[in-house]
Ligand binder design. Structure first.
Ligand code: GLV
Length: 330
């Protein structure tokens, strides 16, 4: 009698039950229903004998881990960002990485706008003021902020999410949109999203609201620090929905404290889930716990895409969104 050996996978964090059901139809699955944060040695131990792993962006996959897990063939991230992967080491070890692009673009762009509007119009500050019982009269300058409609929207990082933000600003809010990116968009794409390419310096000096959608890398580390913040308008708003570490959080807290920029909205932080104490002490910053993609349909779509990458690769050699397709056997 032939025994069919099913691939073995590890699902590193708790995920939707229906996605788990789908995975168990194809694989022997070791799961983490308690959603424990496994220390690295425990992750390594649980990865022994597994051909695939479902990661969520927090699990570091590097050369040492790959060396200790020689059976591993694919790491499927339930995130568009993959700075938890050492992709060069994965390629050298012949291990495929996949991410979850596209399905979260519009949802994350919505979050960028939510933070922009909340910061510019002082929404959370107003709520704290009201809940603290401080609202006892009308005043001409009570919680006055900055306009969003018609103001100049700056975007640093013009990938899929940057373009979705540009469309919202140009079409929905009548904003002139300027952007800076490593590479300039083709003219027809600039026209389609209504954005004009400028230098980083002009972006910083001209934007009324600046949205950062830059992936983290050694190159993008502290792209916005004290020198860049000093170029911005005192009335400007800074929004970060990309990755922590792109902004120097200590320098930003100082700029906010000293009123060198008006406000900020942050969904991502250096060293998260820890948040710099100086940011926590500033009232002119809206802080959210990395929830840019956190809607029911989008999180389900991301989880399904990561699962379908595992199923596609381990059962047919065909992943949907490979990051290093060169490792796929011909
Ligand atoms: C979230 O930050 C993601 O990269 O998907």
């Amino acid at each position: 009698m032939n025994t069919i050996v099913r691939p073995r996978i590890l699902v590193a964090r708790a995920i939707f039950p229906e996605v788990m059901d789908k995975l168990t139809q194809h694989f022997d699955v070791e799961a983490n229903p308690a959603d424990d944060l496994w220390p690295r040695d425990e992750l390594l131990r649980r990865l022994q004998g597994k051909q695939g792993v479902f990661t969520t962006g927090g699990e570091r996959i590097d050369a040492a881990l790959l060396k200790a897990c020689p059976e591993l063939r694919i790491c499927a991230n339930m995130a568009v960002g993959y700075n938890n992967f050492d992709l060069a080491a994965m390629t050298a070890a012949g291990v495929l990485g996949t991410n979850a692009p596209d399905v979260l673009t519009e949802t994350t762009a919505d979050m960028g706008f939510a933070l922009l509007m909340a910061a510019a119009r002082r929404v959370t500050e107003g709520e704290h003021f009201l809940r603290a019982g401080k609202w006892d009269r009308w005043a001409y300058d009570m919680l006055i902020g900055q306009d969003v409609h018609g103001a100049t929207l700056g975007i640093l990082g013009m990938g899929r999410i940057g373009r979705a933000i540009a469309r919202r600003g140009a079409l929905g809010f009548g904003m002139p949109v300027i952007y800076h990116n490593r590479s300039r968009l083709p003219a027809e794409e600039e026209a389609e999203v209504g954005a004009r390419y400028v230098s980083k310096e002009e972006l910083l000096k001209t934007a009324d609201h600046l949205v950062l959608v830059v992936p983290y890398s050694a190159e993008s580390h502290h792209s916005i620090g004290a020198a860049e913040l000093a170029l911005m308008k005192p009335s400007a708003t800074l929004i970060n929905i990309g990755r922590g570490g792109v902004v120097d959080d200590a320098a930003l807290a100082q700029a906010l404290r000293e009123g060198r920029i008006a406000a900020a909205g942050l969904d991502v932080f250096e060293g998260e889930p820890k948040v710099h104490p100086d940011l926590l002490a500033c009232s002119n910053v809206v802080l959210t716990p990395h929830i840019g993609s956190a809607t029911v349909p989008t999180r389900k779509a991301m989880a399904n895409l990561a699962a379908d990458n595992l199923i596609g690769y381990l059962t047919q050699g065909k992943p949907l969104t490979p990051l290093n397709p060169e490792v796929i056997p011909a």
